[in-house]
Design a protein around this ligand. Sequence first.
Ligand code: NAD
Ligand code: UDX
Length: 466
Amino acid sequence: MKICCIGAGYVGGPTMAMIAHQCSDIDVYVVDINEERIAAWNSDELPIFEPGLQDVVEANRGKNLFFSTAVDDHIRDADMIFISVNTPTKVYGVGKGRAADLKYVELCARRIAEVAVGHKIIVEKSTLPVRTAETIKRILANSPHEATFDVLSNPEFLAEGTAVEDLEAPDRVLIGGESKDSIQKLVDVYANWVDRDRILTTNLWSSELSKLAANAFLAQRISSINAMSALCEATQADVDEVAHAIGQDSRIGPKFLKSSVGFGGSCFQKDILNLVYLCEFYGLKEVAEYWEQVVKMNDYQKERFARNMIRTMFNTVSGKRIAIWGWAFKKDTNDTRESAAIYVCRDLLIEQATLAIYDPKVSAKQIKQDLEYVFKQENGEVSERDKNLIENNIIICDSAFEAATQAHSVAVMTEWDEFKDIEPADLYDIVFKPAFLFDGRNLLDHKAYIKQGFEVYAIGKGLLEG
Ligand code: NAD
Ligand code: UDX
């Protein structure tokens, strides 16, 4: 069997590497139009950082796992074609800021229709609005070579930072479709390493919608605990204690209750906005408003954090150096999409702070690109003033220590383990006094920092005392 996956990104790369790893009798070709990305997949430095991924790729690359830009050739040769391209939020036209931009998916469907011969199983791996399979089928129906197609939905539930373990032992694999035969072929692929009772089969629309629903429920839990964190700060309750207490209820459960500076990542916000748009499209205004609140609460959490920093630092951060620890949207990934750090830093830059930023996996180029993106005006341009702000007020550092040297405060944005190894006494020596620590992840040992002389502000903790 030959599989072709269109899109060599955070999903296409790891999922296909795992299929190749688990199924030695399947040849897997991952194709992309981005030459640089494909070259990186073929090099020693993969384009994405994921613990354990390098080993899986290196064990199979060149045997039954291939990365290539020859999109048409591999579409033609494949029995099964996964579509794993990006589906970002639309930034133009109807549905701007909410609807998923399906242009890349549609381009794939058109390419497949154009070059495919014989019979192909098309698998939607990208996260898509419910009923997208209908559009794909209509496009495929126009194949000039009279190729035939079955369309399946097989959304991906991996989380970044734990992609390899999530793929190796998924909670479930979901396959939606109409053709029993095609569903069975995809079930057989996963059954090479996933217990059969964890492979769920549904109709197409349930599968498409379940992906959006899963992300909405997960993000809702974070917004719920973050809403509680604001109330904790006002009442001297401790959000971690509250999370622990409610999580002990087996109906609620302990996972995904870690209060933070706000959720980031390429999925949660995009998929909820997509869900909101769909609800509005179907005239379900109240349902749309219900889910939109999850995103609004997340924005509030990020804004609240930046505001609190400014207020604590005597209402002015202008000219002050602030160490920003972490830029990725969570630990163990180099992905920065929608990272809370970007928005907090934008707010601090507007107040003319100087930001000394350190992240162990994110490049300086990426950090600047992210900031330019959030300073874009309606016309898509960054004003000269904001360009100068980014140029002059950002210092990219090689270590957490370097960032903190002669800083007026330290802000933890990503929960990288290495930040926990820093000795409060060593940090205290190199920062200006009063020494402020803002922990956006409730990561550090607050008592030890307070004992050392720091003023510590953490999420959902009220006034912290030694
Ligand atoms: P990504 O941006 O990392 O990768 C997408 C890739 O598709 C890019 O390399 C791009 O060049 C390529 N591409 C776009 N159009 C193409 C075309 N016409 N032909 C060939 N290649 C093309 O995106 P991602 O994070 O891998 O996400 C892909 C999909 O999976 C999205 O729908 C996303 O919502 C979903 N998803 C992502 C995650 C995650 O953790 N990132 C998890 C589950 C689901
Ligand atoms: C998410 C879903 O978990 C995954 O199933 C889906 O396939 C893609 O979207 P991802 O965004 O990669 O995965 O990471 P996730 O672990 O869900 O974290 C998302 C954001 O929420 C991160 O910014 C993380 O720091 C934050 N988060 C997570 C919290 O603030 N608190 C928590 O308790 C959990």
